[in-house]
Design a protein around this ligand. Structure first.
Ligand SMILES: *Cc1c(COP(=O)(O)O)cnc(C)c1O
Length: 819
């Protein structure tokens, strides 16, 4: 997500070619990343109309012939060149800039703080979590004269990174959220990590932090005070330490805060009860106060901040992708709606369902500081660039700026839209619903999505990306990566996961059956796709959709050759993948097949062998190391024999997820990632480093009392031992909640408690014991996820995590989200 834009007439800086929207205004900065090199996309961008580039000297020397085609600025290091542009841009502004760093909560604090300030000031902030060496300069580049305050976050993963970010952000007000142990790898010690982060505040005037993190407090007093002696500290504590203290009184659904500061007391109430949100709100209070003090009368500030807190809802700030009515897909992003957020959502939209008609339902865009006309003109340009075919505007301001759009339907509010716009007109589209919270767009989302029952499998796309990068870090740069998306991407949803993988440019996908591959192709997936189990009846589709079969026996090879002879597809060469059985005894050629196999391949030159591969039977087992090594060596020897006979040398692969971590020496030219992507390390050594990707949730349909002695459910198997409270939840064995979980063998997670099942699990429903818990109809219940791991569930059911994931019923809605 690397595109930013300043006011309407200035340049868009682009570092990710996938987000090109307005070629005429774009300057492309070619960055050499760990995995991808921006220079590789220059020719393509020239052909799309981009005419300005910042490139490396090395590239320019090797591509002299392209230089006359556009304007090239040549730099020793393009990242530094980008940072320098941002630094210079920053220096032209004098508005207060808040810089945020810390281990957790940076993005939330930034979002909430801007939400609080937005009703008074025109705010510019980093889009989502743009906090890296590239993200920060792109964020700062967005500052323009209409902004009255800027909020940027900075994140680092290695020593010596903060210096550059500090010079670009130049924060006046600093905020250090907290310090945790995450991402420690790059640093020698906790202390080193803290001092490095503190460099952001070398020249800050004020720094807000909590002394409840003693190591942080110590480094600030020793290190920061030495480099920045004039910095004014705002060290607050919830534990009655020091001079600025905050009393915290938690109620059922909200929390009261009393802040003792500067001889004053400030009373606030916030709509959260968890510790992390409370900490974030306290940080926001101090930061908002310091910013507002510059323009507002001090006595009015507490109320302004309270008004801001009142609008923060305890909803996840996330963007969701879900199935809608009439075969539509819906992207639900109704947390906020400023220009940067709109751009982000459009970028996300362009990663998905590439060949669906795109529609946006958009509310008034908040607080840009630009004159209305100019803002909506700019939005129109943005939507055109993003290839949006239908625009629906909701709100008084967008309605009166209808003229800025070529074509738009407008409505004053959500009610009018729902009454007058025939929802049945939406079909086979990808619809982005983007509205600021006060527009209550959730009503639109509800009307446009299927509501079968309250059960959903929530898939965290950020966690999938995290896991993907984790395994990418385990393989050599030149090793290719195939990702297994068979069985609906292990139950998660194949199109969405494949779109994400395509966006992250993996090399190959693999599915079990031809139809799974066809579905991916029909949804715009263009990556090479291997089909593990091609059935002869599906050969025609296979070839039509450019899918690549696994060929595992002489018999299937012959029938494929007969099919090709008969069909004679014109001048196409069909790619196949040869599977070798090295000990799994499932599918695959054995050594004795080789002479005939090689003869057939030579006789049929239209068949191209894309790869040779085998599968390990016990790559996750320590005791089977000898066996696994023998599989690897026999694979290597057979592959060498085949390679020797072919003109083009096919690539080789044998490692699955557990193989990647246990046998890194056997990567050959490609590896096949499966379960690890979905957050499960079968060897359990790396489990801590992976993120949970899937959460199965349902809701309470009814709450009941049972008296001691009464029975519950089918067969009267469940018995109330005492008077108890029961909840009926909307999930049963048809959804994948195993019937073996009946009668207290299984439990679910509700508001911090594990509630046992009672009675038999039914087809669509289950009763649970919630005695002593205050719950309501509609409350969410977790079946598995962060609180009940699929490992735990697998153990209880005497199976493996693979089965837990893939057994979630097909009628369960899949909801994909991004933080
Ligand atoms: C499923 C599968 C994989 C992936 O295995 P994981 O254990 O999930 O990593 C790799 N190769 C083949 C042939 C498979 O069928």
């Amino acid at each position: 997500m690397k595109q930013t834009q300043t006011s309407s007439d200035s340049k868009i800086l682009l570092t990710d070619s996938r987000f090109l929207s307005q070629p005429g205004k774009t300057v492309f900065v070619a960055i050499e990343g760990e995995r991808h090199n921006g220079h590789d996309f220059i020719e393509d961008l020239i052909s799309k109309g981009v005419s300005e580039f910042i490139v490396s000297k090395k590239w320019a020397e090797q591509h002299q012939s392209l230089l006359p085609l556009a304007t090239f600025t040549i730099a020793e290091n393009t990242t530094r060149a980008l940072q320098k542009m941002a630094r210079k841009h920053r220096e032209t502004f004098e508005v207060p800039v808040v810089g945020i760093t810390g281990s957790n909560g940076k993005t939330i604090v930034k979002e909430w703080l801007s939400s609080i300030l937005q009703s008074t000031l025109s705010v510019i902030k980093s889009p989502r979590s743009y906090n890296s060496q590239i993200g920060v300069p792109l964020s700062v580049w967005q500052m323009s004269p209409e902004h009255e305050v800027a909020i940027f976050e900075a994140g680092i993963s290695q020593p010596a990174e903060m210096q550059a970010l500090s010079e670009i952000i130049q924060p006046e007000i600093g905020l250090f959220t907290n310090i945790g142990s995450a991402h420690n790898e790059g640093f020698r010690s906790q202390k080193q990590k803290i001092t490095e982060k503190l460099r952001l505040f070398r020249k800050a005037k004020t720094l807000i932090y909590s002394i409840d993190y003693p190591e942080l407090d110590e480094e600030i007093r020793i290190f920061l005070k030495a480099v920045n002696p004039k910095v004014e500290l705002i060290p607050w504590s919830k534990n009655q330490k020091g001079s600025i203290t905050v009393d915290v009184e938690k109620k059922d659904k909200f929390t009261n805060l009393r802040v003792y500061w500067k001889g004053d007391e400030f009373d606030l109430h916030i709509p959260f009860v968890d510790d992390a949100s409370i900490e974030n709100c306290i940080h926001c209070f101090f930061a908002a106060y310091l910013v507002l003090k510059k323009t507002q009368a001090e006595r009015e500030i507490p109320q302004l901040i309270q008004n801001g807190f009142d609008t923060l809802k305890p909803v996840a700030m996330r963007l969701e992708l879900k199935e809608g009515i009439n075969n539509c897909y819906l992207i639900d992003d109704s947390y906020n709606n400023d220009f940067g957020g709109l751009e982000m959502a459009l970028n996300f939209m362009n990663q998905h369902h590439i060949n669906r008609r795109k529609c946006i339902i958009l509310s008034d865009v908040l607080q840009s500081g630009l004159p209305e006309k100019e803002l909506y003109k700019k939005i129109n340009d943005l939507l055109e660039g993003a290839d949006i075919q239908q625009i629906i505007g909701i709100g008084p301001i967008i309605s009166r700026n209808k003229g800025a759009f070529e074509e738009i339907d407008t409505y004053l509010n959500v009610e009018e839209f729902l009454k007058k716009h025939p929802l049945q007109q939406f079909a086979n589209q990808l619809i982005l619903v983007k509205g600021a919270r006060n527009f209550a767009f959730e009503k639109i989302v509800n009307a446009l999505t299927h509501k079968v029952h309250g059960t959903a499998l929530e898939v965290n796309l950020d966690a999938i990306t995290h896991n993907l990068n984790y395994y990418r870090g385990k393989i050599a740069d030149k090793t290719k990566l195939m990702v297994m998306v068979k069985a609906s991407a292990y139950g998660s949803g194949s199109t969405e996961v494949a779109s994400l993988l395509q966006y992250h440019r993996v090399d190959y996908l693999a599915v079990a059956y031809t139809d799974e591959g066809v579905e991916l192709r029909e949804n715009g997936i263009e990556l090479p796709i291997m089909v593990l189990n091609p059935q002869p009846e599906s050969f025609k589709k296979l070839v039509t959709y450019a899918l690549e079969p696994e060929i595992y026996s002489l018999q299937i090879l012959k029938s494929f050759i007969r099919f090709l002879d008969f069909e004679k597809p014109e001048n196409i060469s069909v790619k196949i993948h040869l599977k070798i059985d090295t000990g799994m005894k499932r599918l695959g050629f054995i050594e004795e097949d080789l002479p005939e196999l090689l003869k057939l391949l030579k006789e049929n030159p239209t068949l191209k062998v894309g790869s040779i591969f085998s599968h390990l039977a016990a790559s996750d087992s320590k005791k089977e190391r000898e066996f696994t090594k023998s599989q690897i060596s026999s694979f290597s020897s057979i592959a060498t024999k085949i390679q020797a006979e072919l003109v083009e040398k096919p690539i080789r692969h044998i490692l699955n997820t557990a193989g990647i971590v246990n046998y890194p020496e056997a990567q050959f030219e490609m590896v096949r990632l499966g379960i690890g992507l979905y957050g499960v390390d079968s060897s359990e050594i790396h489990q801590r480093e992976l993120e949970t990707t899937a959460t199965l949730k349902t809701t309470i349909s009814q709450i009941k009392k049972a008296k001691a002695g009464e029975t519950i459910g089918y067969g009267r198997v469940g018995k109330a031992t005492n008077d108890m409270t029961l909840a009926t939840i909307a999930i049963g064995y048809a959804d994948g909640f195993d019937r073996k979980m009946s009668n207290g063998k299984g439990f679910v997670y509700l508001q911090g408690h594990r509630c046992p099942t009672i009675g038999n699990v039914c087809m669509d429903m289950t009763m649970i014991d919630i005695t002593g818990i205050t719950a309501e109809v509609g409350d969410q219940v977790e079946i598995f996820g962060k609180n009940i791991s699929i490992f735990e569930l697998a153990e209880q059911l005497e199976t493996i995590p693979y089965e837990i994931l893939t057994k979630v019923g097909s009628r369960v809605k899949r909801v994909f989200f991004k933080e």
